[in-house]
Design a protein around this ligand. Structure first.
Ligand SMILES: [Zn+2]
Length: 287
């Protein structure tokens, strides 16, 4: 295949992916048949052969270094469960491509939900942001076993054991959740808990967070069966990354620019399609 044909083929793939995103549907009542037609689900496995490398819009976090948290255990045996820290309005925000997102809460899953080239991690953190349209953006970060994490100790040393307990923390530095280096994987997906609404923008940070094995065990012992959803099909979606060395092939600049534009547009189109649903599902309810 010559280069112009190859480029045409890539663009055709992009446009078909766009149509799939544009036609995405979501359902408040999640039945197996409803779920079967939802084609932009999360989590996914980030694989080199379906990921494209290039520069990505800068993530501008603005996070309070001293804010209170309310940590709850929104446990349920029927659905996936999570321990969640609710954040006060105004304590954290993210500006991305001129768009403002407000941090509503962060929570943890065990084991990790997203995979990196087939590899899982012991835990995964999700920071859930919403915008003025109630669209959602989730910043994820893998958690690996390492040194004892002093910053997270106030949460994990007293994590609520059941749904009736709330842990109030007076002082927490949200900046300790974010690494200095912000390389990431980005794609358009869904909530990983019911109702699995689509149109969620995902930013999975490459740099892991470290916690001691004891801290990880304290959390995972609450969820012996785990609280991570299984990997979902990519269904032709595009993943973009600025992680050096993850992908071997780098697309031509103009092709990449189209992919980048497509990803932003697709997230917003899907977001609008999901509006009636996501407005029923405030960010605070997302596990
Ligand atoms: Zn989550």
């Amino acid at each position: 295949m010559n280069m112009s044909l190859l480029r045409l083929s890539q663009q055709a793939t992009l446009f078909s992916a766009f149509l799939v995103f544009g036609m995405s549907t979501s359902h408040a009542e999640v039945t197996p048949s409803a779920l079967a037609v939802m084609e932009s689900q999360s989590p996914i496995d980030f694989r080199p052969d379906s990921t494209y490398f290039g520069r990505l819009p800068v993530l501008n976090f603005s996070l309070s270094s001293d804010t209170p948290l309310d940590v709850i255990n929104n446990g349920s045996t029927e659905f996936s469960t999570a321990a969640r820290a609710n954040v006060n309005p105004g304590a954290g925000s993210l500006t991305l491509s001129g768009h403002d997102w407000e941090l509503a809460q962060f929570h943890f899953h065990t084991p990790s939900e997203h995979l990196r080239d087939g590899q899982a991690n012991p835990m995964e953190m999700h920071l859930v942001f919403s915008d003025s349209n109630n669209d959602l953006l989730v910043v994820g970060r893998w958690v690996q076993a390492g040194a004892f994490n002093n910053d997270l100790d106030p949460i994990f040393s007293h994590i609520p054991q059941n749904t009736s307990e709330t842990l109030h923390i007076d002082h927490f530095n949200l900046n300790t959740l974010i690494p200095a280096s912000l390389e990431s994987f980005r794609y358009s997906g869904s909530l990983t808990t019911p109702p699995f609404s689509e149109g969620v923008s995902w930013v999975m940070l490459s740099q892991p967070l470290f916690m001691s094995s004891e801290q990880i065990n304290a959390f995972s012992s609450l969820f012996p069966e785990g609280d991570a959803r299984g990997i979902q099909d990519l269904n032709g979606r595009i993943v973009l990354t600025d992680v050096p060395g993850f992908v071997a092939a780098v697309p031509e600049p103009e092709t990449y620019a189209m992919m980048l534009a497509g990803l932003c547009l697709m997230a917003f189109v899907a977001g609008r399609k999901n509006k009636p649903l996501t407005s029923d599902v405030p960010a605070g309810s997302v596990a």
